[in-house]
Design a protein around this ligand. Sequence first.
Ligand SMILES: Nc1ncnc2c1ncn2[C@@H]1O[C@H](COP(=O)(O)OP(=O)(O)O)[C@@H](O)[C@H]1O
Ligand SMILES: [Mg+2]
Length: 144
Amino acid sequence: MNESAVYGEYVSSSPEETLLLGEKIGGLLGPGSIVTLKGTLGAGKTVLAAGIARALGISGQITSPTYTIINEYGNKTPLYHIDAYRLAGDEDFRLAGAEELLYGKGVCIIEWPERLSLLPQDKVFKVEIVIREDGKRKILYKNG
Ligand SMILES: Nc1ncnc2c1ncn2[C@@H]1O[C@H](COP(=O)(O)OP(=O)(O)O)[C@@H](O)[C@H]1O
Ligand SMILES: [Mg+2]
């Protein structure tokens, strides 16, 4: 990703639209990219992650890493889908072996980044999904 700031706000009316936005975001990523996904349970973080995976050429089902903590999808650019929901903080994240992945050659997607303070904020592509009253999702995204 280059220096130019990417900032946007999008309203998604369906899981398919969220998947497509994820695919667009995925197209901006490359080796070493980190994406954080904020949003309440059921907001659509894993749906968006599946769109990113599709953009990276990963076929097949993306499943929630809530219980596995890290799901790895092998590809030319590997994808690490990490869920920090069940982690107490940085120390747990390190013990899970996730910290080194942030500085590797893959793309990292991290759900529940608010559990952590060790993320290199300046190189993170941040996404936040808010469930609106009408059920649509407001999706904010910003790099750096
Ligand atoms: N606009 C939307 N975008 C994403 N998901 C949506 C949308 N509308 C409804 N949904 C539903 O909300 C749920 C989101 O689930 P998931 O992606 O697992 O949430 P999270 O990972 O944030 O807990 C899915 O069941 C999906 O079908
Ligand atoms: Mg999820």
